[in-house]
Write a protein that binds this ligand. Sequence first.
Ligand code: SF4
Length: 265
Amino acid sequence: MHSAIRIFREVVLEVEPKKRVFIGLLVFTCLILFFLIFLLWYVPLVGLKNIHPSLPLIFSLALAVLVFLMISGGLLLIFTILRGKDILFSHKLRGIVAKVLFPFMILMGKLVGVSKEKVQQSFIELNNHLVRSNQHRTRPNRLLVLLPHCIQDFDCQIKITGNIKNCKGCGKCEIKDLIELSDQYQVKIAVATGGTLARRIIVENRPEAIVAVACELDLTSGVQDSYPIPVIGILNERPNGPCFNTKVDIQKVRNAILDFLGNSP
Ligand code: SF4
């Protein structure tokens, strides 16, 4: 028993801190759900017997299946994270994490005092990990690099939403480097001023995969809205505060592009 706990502790400590937040909240959520399921099983049991003698057994079996699915899903998720490779259904797991688990995690984070921003960062890390585990490959012309408008130099008068190639390449902001990157790998690139425009760009370009740069809030909603399209999210850097002359690590964008194109960085 002691050695099992030791192995579990070592395994959990191996996981990057950002992902650990999500796993910790996931375990906490499971414990609460198990307790609620127990109450759900125990309380109506007496009443069900009065309706039909076999109803308690059917009800218990249904809840047992639910608990089994929860435990298997949770373990599969944890082992996919630890192994870094697709074990089973990592594509489906990504959907469950984005659509079901994430809203729960925000709630649980509030309960145990983990900030929304930290849970969002953890979610993005976990999503990127699942996308990479799935080893989804695409052709360059079906890969879209989506950027936030705040990455453009605030004083630049050129309109780059609609057509980023209007940029004159003066080098005052990273738009120049990002265009060069998209030219080098022949991938599509666009700038969005918000969620509505981002959705329109996605509908018009019909990408098979997306590399998105944005803040925590926009990335999490983008990943959720875009599912089942795989998205690797890269957090922008905000040395001048939010939404103003933001920056991005170009190497991280390059690595994400190469992950989708199937070349090692
Ligand atoms: S690199 Fe392009 S977008 Fe950035 S300031 Fe220069 S012209 Fe404007």
